[in-house]
Write a protein that binds this ligand. Structure first.
Ligand code: S3P
Length: 170
């Protein structure tokens, strides 16, 4: 079974994916970590040394590679993965279940304001401007996330509760 988690930055894709995979006894892959291992560079270093377009190209290639090669996997994507290069189509065609972890802008902003450093797209945005930025950005991206097979309301729920909800959906 191939399960793919999508959603905005800080929506909990990695922590939920890791626990879900453990419970289902499936391999877990975090696409950002996978890219970092393949390139032996951190995501911020890839962005600063090679730029976002290069990152999107690698992200596209690695997504296809993982979904082609793995028969069974829980894959957590990066916040931008479904929004570029036809990646959402690939996710829909190549997975059994795709899930959008949906959270309101206010919750995302609260979380992101405390976890900006490893996220090149928001690193230089003042906390006071984050609400406007995330609001607009999510508005643009939501059309991609919303194509996922299942939409999970992920606000104000623990990781354990969310994993249980997702297991019932699968
Ligand atoms: C990005 C999200 C990040 C990472 C990169 C770009 C994005 O992943 O892939 O910094 O475009 O939203 P997380 O969603 O895990 O933060």
């Amino acid at each position: 079974m191939k399960v793919v988690l999508v959603g905005y930055m800080a929506s909990g894709k990695s922590s939920i994916g890791r626990l879900l995979a453990r419970d289902l006894n499936l391999e877990f892959i975090d696409l950002d970590e996978f890219i970092e291992n393949q390139l032996q560079k951190t995501i911020p270093a890839i962005f600063s040394e090679k730029g976002e377009i290069y990152f999107r190209k690698i992200e596209h290639e690695m997504l296809s590679m993982v979904l082609n090669e793995k028969q069974s996997v829980v894959l957590s994507t990066g916040g931008g993965t479904p929004c570029y290069g036809g990646n959402m189509k690939t996710i829909l065609e190549q997975s059994n279940h795709s899930l959008y972890l949906q959270l309101p802008v206010s919750t995302l902003v609260d979380r992101i304001s405390n976890e900006k450093n490893d996220r090149p797209l928001v690193k230089n945005i003042d906390n006071g401007d984050l609400l406007e930025f995330v609001g607009k950005h999510l508005f643009e991206r939501r059309q991609f996330y919303a194509q996922a097979k299942h939409i999970v309301d992920a606000d104000k729920k623990s990781i354990e509760v969310l994993v249980d909800e997702i297991k019932k959906i699968l």
